[in-house]
Design a protein around this ligand. Sequence first.
Ligand code: HEC
Ligand code: CU
Length: 353
Amino acid sequence: MSGDGFRSRRRSAARIASLGFGVVAGLGATPCQADKHPMSYLRGFGTKADLEMQLTWGVLIISVVVILIISALVIMGVLRRRVDVPLGLGGRIPVDRSKPGLSWIYIGVGISSAVLFGTLVWTMMTIAGVSRPPSVPSVDIRITAQQWWWQVQYLSDGPSRLITTANEIHIPVGQPVRFELISTDVIHSFWIPALSGKTDVIPGQTNVTWLEADKIGRYRGQCTEYCGAQHAHMALFAVAQSPAAFKSWWDHQLEPAPQTSSAGLKHGEQLVVYHCGACHSVRGTVAGGVVAPDLTHLMSRATIAAGTIPNNVAELSAWIADPQDIKPGNHMPNLYLSGPELSDVRKFLITLK
Ligand code: HEC
Ligand SMILES: [Cu+2]
């Protein structure tokens, strides 16, 4: 994935988003070509998604067939115009009730009602089928949606195993995972199309959903309820791993930031505590803010700012130097750090693996 390619894709995505079609942009294009599973709701990768995909394709095919039949009938009707306007009526067409045209309407309404009713039953059955996971979920995750990123907290296994991360949800493959969805500001919507349908995230309310991935990989998701200026830059990722890899990821996330060894790193840590600690946490330091992404294992994430840019040293530096240039309106202010300060902050941040 080249940085430039990413940039231009991001720009074109932003352009489409400015037209108000942010979510549609996610359909074909994904900002990160490294994703194994880009946003697509036409292919599913799990027990829940499979049922939903059958319905999606079923309804899609029925709709296409209906459009084809209606179009054919309309074209036939136009071509088979049988009324010849008699002379002497000044161009007006006489009403002719002799032919049994109405019977076509009765037949048409009958067929449409039967098909619509069938679709309704199928939809209800699918909703009932996906309402509960097939077995007890192995992992419990609380997602807190906010303008414009996702806080991710792992709740199961007791307080000693509690971790907080952002925008990237690691899950064990082949096991159902339960999600508690809350919002701190406006209505968002949680959607990882290849794994599950949408669930709204509503302030003052806890919505619960679940999903399961049956294949290892990285699945892109997107906030799908317009939530303000940077709605289109509110992506998330589900990273499905083997249960063993998932456990070691979790164990690693529990570790605090490494002890700073050199003077440069110590200075970087101090700057982060002073300038960033009111909003961000870095466990193992006194930075303990809770209103922004936890940075303790920042470098273990593939993207920054909810999928807006890839996470590498160059993009990370650009973000800290001017987050408002990259994601205008986001809730991280420009901190106007000097060049040497930026360099020490960056040195410290890239130790947060
Ligand atoms: C006023 C609160 C605030 C301060 C101060 C602040 N940030 Fe942020 N930061 C945020 C918010 C909010 C986000 C999420 C932005 C988004 O994605 O919309 C963020 C995102 C980030 C991210 C991306 C994290 C990720 O996983 O996506 C990094 C890195 C970061 N900030 C570093 C810093 C550094 C370094 C400092 C200090 C020099 C700092 N921030 C100061 C609020 C703050
Ligand atoms: Cu949102």
